[in-house]
Design a protein around this ligand. Structure first.
Ligand code: IPE
Ligand code: IPE
Ligand code: MG
Length: 227
């Protein structure tokens, strides 16, 4: 009998482009539909009895390789999403945090991110973390450089402390769209996570499927190297 507790859920929201293509739509429509799903999933997580943090992969350090119009669209969509979400964050007592190297974003977007982080910093039902220009390798490199600059010793604990979010392991990672890879996501924090891959494309993902996956997670045996 296992009794795993799900505190930190991570999601790789993949398949927006394929979803749009299936409907004969432009990829951007897939991203718009995907943003709606973030709202539903976050609201569900805020009411879940054990989930404290949900971390969503929104833009990777590799996603700059996409055509300029798509990158521009994603930046605008992010600004629009944050603008409309502030009300939800306040009503549902959700704290918003961004991880990743947002220094590459426009000043307007950075200001918007900082302002929402500040306005929601005392909210406590859930922390929603958006990974923006995020790469697991980049995060570890930045953490180690900070440690060296501070003249500290490099240890698992000091690296953990200098990561973008204070050290918090992922309990469960879900990737949608059928791809079975981590694509440079949370490399440090995934060490002992349970992984779950579903073929559902992100815009079709919903709370019903999330609940089914969480039920399976609870049944798994996590050994952490023990017996
Ligand atoms: C995930 O969907 C969203 C981002 C990476 C921003 P994709 O845009 O990767 O969709 P597919 O994988 O091309 O279907
Ligand atoms: C991972 O999806 C990044 C995000 C979901 C933001 P990608 O679609 O960029 O990953 P690959 O290229 O298929 O590995
Ligand atoms: Mg993809």
């Amino acid at each position: 009998m296992s009794n795993n507790t799900l505190k930190h859920l991570a999601l790789i929201m993949d398949g927006n482009g394929r979803w749009a293509k299936q409907q004969g739509l432009n990829r951007t429509k897939g991203h718009e539909a995907g943003a709606e799903v973030i709202r539903h999933i976050t609201t569900y997580c805020a009411t879940h009895p054990t989930i404290e943090t949900v971390t969503l992969y929104a833009f990777s350090t590799e996603n700059w390789k996409r055509p300029k119009y798509e990158v521009d669209f994603l930046m605008k969509l992010l600004a629009r999403y944050l603008q409309s979400e502030l009300k939800t964050y306040q009503e549902e007592n959700i704290r918003f945090i961004a991880i990743g190297d947002t220094s590459k974003f426009s000043k307007t977007l950075r200001d918007q991110i900082n302002s929402i982080e500040e306005k929601t910093k005392n909210n406590s039902s859930l922390t929603q973390v958006l990974a923006l220009n995020y790469g697991g390798r980049d995060e570890i490199v930045r953490a180690v450089n900070t440690i060296i600059k501070n003249g500290q010793e490099v240890t698992e604990s000091s690296i953990g402390m200098e990561l973008d979010t204070p050290y918090q392991d992922i309990d469960l990672l879900i990737r949608t769209s059928g791809e079975r890879r981590v694509s440079n996501y949370l490399l440090w924090q995934l060490s002992y996570s349970e992984l779950f891959f579903t073929k559902t494309l992100w815009p079709d993902f919903g709370t019903a499927e999330l609940i089914t996956i969480i039920d399976e997670f609870i049944q798994r045996t996590r050994r952490f190297g023990g017996i």
